[in-house]
Ligand binder design. Structure first.
Ligand code: ZN
Length: 68
């Protein structure tokens, strides 16, 4: 029997934003394409933060670092 832990979020394929599974549209970029295959998590609280500049996200949100 195989056990796979389900992630609590899915990631937007376009911008990497993490959203709950029941969400149909990305609140950041409006895309409707999501992936369950993502890694890492970063939370941007301010667009001026060092982290936001580093990963080139400019809208405060929760993002996956890697989306396949
Ligand atoms: Zn998006």
């Amino acid at each position: 029997m195989s056990y796979r832990r389900r992630k609590p979020f899915k990631a937007c394929k376009k911008c990497g934003a993490l959203v709950p599974h029941e969400e149909l549209q990305c609140p950041v970029c409006g895309s409707r394409e999501f992936s369950e295959d993502w890694e890492g998590m970063v939370i941007i609280v301010s667009k001026d933060s060092k982290t936001a500049k580093f990963i080139e996200k400019n809208k405060p949100h929760m993002y996956a670092i890697k989306v396949r």
